[in-house]
Unconditional design. Structure first.
Length: 123
């Protein structure tokens, strides 16, 4: 990732229709890291929009739970949007397909596990 993991917190929230990945700076006034985080999430959103969910596999591995199902989804089956928030940005993932919701939840759990103390579940 192009930004400092030590300076950020990843917040993963599972929802009834998918989930949300939020990256926020531990210091919300960190003017150097905020644009890097936002640009990274905008790039991820564009990749996901094209059906490419492999970005996190560079850190979490090609066999991360849920990834195969997400890769098999057709473009548009999962809506991914980008929102700027104070001190960072977020990517909500939404779908009506129960199998893809389950895959997103597995994918979120894997990231929560792998990021360790730099990640937390949202509510």
């Amino acid at each position: 990732m192009p930004f400092s993991h030590l300076a950020t917190m990843h917040v993963f929230t599972k929802t009834d229709d998918g989930g949300t990945m939020r990256i926020v700076l531990k210091d919300p006034a960190d003017a150097q890291q905020i644009p890097i985080v936002r640009a990274h999430l905008q790039d991820m959103r564009e990749q996901f929009h094209r059906g490419n969910y492999s970005g996190p596999s560079h850190i979490h591995g090609d066999d991360m739970p849920g990834l195969a199902q997400l890769k098999a989804a057709k473009p548009g089956e999962i809506a991914v949007s980008y929102h700027e928030i104070v001190g960072g940005a977020e990517l909500p993932y939404r779908t009506t397909d129960a199998k893809l919701i389950s895959a997103l939840h597995l994918w979120i759990d894997a990231q929560l596990s792998d990021h360790g103390k730099d990640a937390m579940p949202g509510h």
